[in-house]
Design a protein around this ligand. Structure first.
Ligand SMILES: Nc1nc2c(ncn2[C@@H]2O[C@H](COP(=O)(O)OP(=O)(O)OP(=O)(O)O)[C@@H](O)[C@H]2O)c(=O)[nH]1
Ligand SMILES: [Mg+2]
Length: 463
């Protein structure tokens, strides 16, 4: 029960006491005569004055339409004790309230037209954000960054549809029929920025989902030591005994604002016959290697490379990877006769190019920490990807949006082919409407009225 000294007023917050109403009935029964409302209410007033306070809360009344959902909303903010919060919910339910379904407030905001679909999805991304950068990207989307980028593109498509519709419906009104070249150009004007947007998904997906980085190599090369360096604590066990790590050990860290799940794995080798746990661990290492978005192949720089190293280097060919030559502090013991250039051990960090996929090579000492900042930089370079995309606002982060943009592009391709095949404009329009619908599913529907209005306003028909 809330005890308030002020009346609730629209768009104002007031302090209230949350009081325990448990003894209300006891006092009621004892002091108030049944059927005597005046006495009852004065008794109730006494109780509210004397009742025990559980918490001091703030009650805010958001009068419609100035609320999240645009409905009338009253918010009760308590001090955050889960017990008290549950109590408030239980009291509200007892008074006839019901629990909101998951996402119901945002759904109401969407249904009431306060948010479009991309913004509603951005709310979910904002809540799920694990890093500030992810939150920033979600907030940009909540401000309508993606819709703002899509709307002019979609408008061009709607304009083209209106142009063709006018040519068909009002041919007798002297509306000129667009030439094939004009139509082709105008399709290209829609297609080109849409392709650029589709290309942002490679980076947007990483921003949204983060990525997995597997640390692999043969036993004892220092994988767990590097893993601990990267997570900045002694998370994995390190010993001088080869075969120490038996299971996958993972930890998520933020690199360049992107959550990166680092996975330390068992050293890959031909395990002794009686080492069942190690064999199972190695199987998991190979799976982690296959699943990872980025692989760190660790090599012991103080040892000659052997066939196991070479096999791993072969496996990461044509995959995003970084070769880490660890134990660089022991390089004094390393001589040229140990040098063996493997298939992937070409190039240097400066020569790294994602086009050729030659993995960068970083020398580190997990023991002294030397080279660890360079390793972080190399990981960051991979994570940050295409800088231009990173600077753009309104990129695709969501699989649903990516699929819809690709559907539109496919229909625009069909439309271009239809123009080349000189099919009647009625048929061409079918492709263009098919291209429009997926965009509608991102930014909200285009109605027949939208198109008709455009025809009438732009082409001065039916004056
Ligand atoms: N000198 C030197 N020793 C290192 C370095 N990195 C790791 N070590 C040592 O190498 C040994 C093995 O290190 P780990 O990190 O357990 O190696 P690992 O690759 O995880 O080994 P497994 O789990 O057995 O596959 C330990 O004694 C470490 O202290 C390094 O950069 N320099
Ligand atoms: Mg280990």
């Amino acid at each position: 029960m809330l005890r308030r000294s002020l009346e609730l007023e629209p768009n104002r917050a007031i302090h209230c006491d949350l009081i325990e109403p448990a003894d209300t009935t006891k006092t009621h029964v004892g002091t108030a005569a049944p059927g005597c409302p005046a006495e009852q209410s004065s008794a109730a007033l006494d109780i509210t004055r004397t009742a025990t306070r559980i918490d001091e809360v703030v009650v805010t009344y958001f009068a419609k339409p100035h609320s999240y959902t645009t409905d009338d909303i009253v918010e009760i903010s308590a001090h955050g004790s889960p017990v008290v919060l549950r109590h408030i919910v239980e009291l509200s339910l007892a008074q006839g309230a019901r629990l909101a379904e998951p996402g119901e407030f945002t759904m109401r905001a969407f249904l009431n037209g306060r948010l479009d679909l991309t913004q509603a999805e951005a709310v979910r991304d904002l809540i799920d954000a694990q890093t500030l950068f992810q939150a920033k990207v979600a907030a940009q989307q909540l401000e309508g960054a993606l819709s703002n980028r899509l709307k002019p593109i979609k408008q061009k498509l709607v304009d083209l549809i209106a142009l063709l519709e006018a040519g068909i419906d009002f041919a007798e009104d002297d509306v000129s029929i667009a030439s094939d070249a004009t139509i082709r150009d105008r399709i290209a004007e829609v297609e080109s920025p849409l392709r650029q947007l589709a290309a942002t998904f490679a980076y947007g997906k990483i921003v949204h989902q983060g990525l997995t980085l597997a640390i692999v190599g043969r036993p004892n090369v220092g994988k767990s030591s590097l893993f601990n360096r990267l997570v900045e604590r002694e998370r994995a066990i390190v010993t001088a005994q080869p075969g120490t790590t038996r299971d996958l050990v993972s930890e998520t860290v933020a690199i360049g604002g992107i959550p990166v799940e680092l996975v330390d794995t068992a050293g890959i080798r031909q395990a002794p016959n009686d080492a069942e746990a190690e064999s199972l661990g190695i199987k998991k290492s190979i799976e982690a290697l296959a699943d990872a978005d980025l692989v760190l192949v660790v090599i012991d720089k103080s040892q000659p490379r052997n066939e196991e190293d070479e096999e791993l280097l072969r496996q990461i060919e044509a995959r995003p990877a970084i070769v880490v030559e660890n134990k660089s502090d022991l390089l004094g013991e390393w001589n040229d006769s140990n040098a063996h250039v493997g298939t992937a051990a070409l190039g240097c960090p400066a020569e790294h190019s994602s086009a050729t996929r030659t993995p960068p090579i970083i020398q580190t000492s997990a023991l002294t920490g030397e080279g660890i900042p360079a390793l972080r930089q190399a990981i960051l370079r991979h994570v940050a990807g295409d800088r231009t995309t990173q600077q753009e606002s309104g990129f695709l982060t969501n699989v649903r949006h990516q699929k819809l943009v690709n559907d539109t592009l496919a229909s625009l391709d069909d439309a271009t082919n239809a123009v080349a095949a000189r099919v009647p404009h009625e048929m061409l329009l079918l492709d263009l409407y098919r291209a429009l619908r997926p965009l509608d599913e991102i930014t909200g529907a285009t109605t027949t009225d939208d198109i008709l209005n455009l025809i009438f306003s732009t082409f001065c028909i039916g004056k």
